[in-house]
Design a protein around this ligand. Sequence first.
Ligand code: IPD
Ligand code: CA
Ligand code: CA
Length: 292
Amino acid sequence: MSSLNPNGSKEREPYVVSGKGYTAVAINAAAKAGEYIKSRQGTVKELGTKSSARDLVTEVDKGAEQMIRRLVMTHYPDHAFLGEEGVEPGANAVTAALEELKDNEYLWIVDPVDGTTNFVHGFPFYTVSIALAVRGELTVGVIYDPVRDEMFVAEKGKGAYVHGVKTAVSSEAALDDSLIAIGFPPDRQFAQPTNLAAFQNILPKVRGVRAGGSAALHLAYVAAGRVSAYYEAGLSPWDCAAGVLLVKESGGVVTDMRGEPYHIGTRHIVASNGHIHEDILSSLKEAGATGF
Ligand code: IPD
Ligand code: CA
Ligand code: CA
């Protein structure tokens, strides 16, 4: 659609997306997949590996992704779908898949089980993560923790909620008062030394550090003010997309580890309450742990 602007030239009208229908579909898919995943805790039959012996996949990851894909495609058969289990392991394959799909007007970005290692061990910290990007912009983000029955929902420009209660990032203004979440992806070549250096630098500066093993849930916890910040190098779009919108819509800040704005391809992420963002970036720089 186009219209004449005051100078008489044509300009594109602002693209208005009513997230409502999309959000309902995302919530429904996350709830159904979450219920299935929870019902399968402790009964995994096929434990496989992907990029390395530490990169786990089960029939539950695959089944949950198929379930979400079917539900989304039933409503929106012409939308594009980027799900973790549909992409070959490794950073290059992720970049290639994103490159291929990124120009689609509607792109669903899905991690059916974020925290598979936890799921396999019965450590109750795993989640379903579903995001919708419209013309490259994150528009809907849903993260569902089936263990605690917590549904985190964000819509661009409309705030973020957990079970109807608005979420807001925390207020700590100094690292000394902050609780920080971090993570360690399976990759030991690149990501592990970077994340270890970051950990070593931040630990003496903060109140505490937690590494729960689910990037998406950590992002939801930043949004809900349960941790002051979260960062990790070596992530994929499906780990972050929904959580990033939650953090932003809760008043937080998300960048890469150098402080550059987040985009769907960002792999080394920092999400915070905003107040301590610069201090975290300085710590990463000091540690030589920006991932670049
Ligand atoms: C992983 C988890 C983990 C993080 C890894 C992710 P997965 O996702 O989010 O916390 O450290 O980087 O790959 O494999 O359980 O979906
Ligand atoms: Ca993941
Ligand atoms: Ca996963």
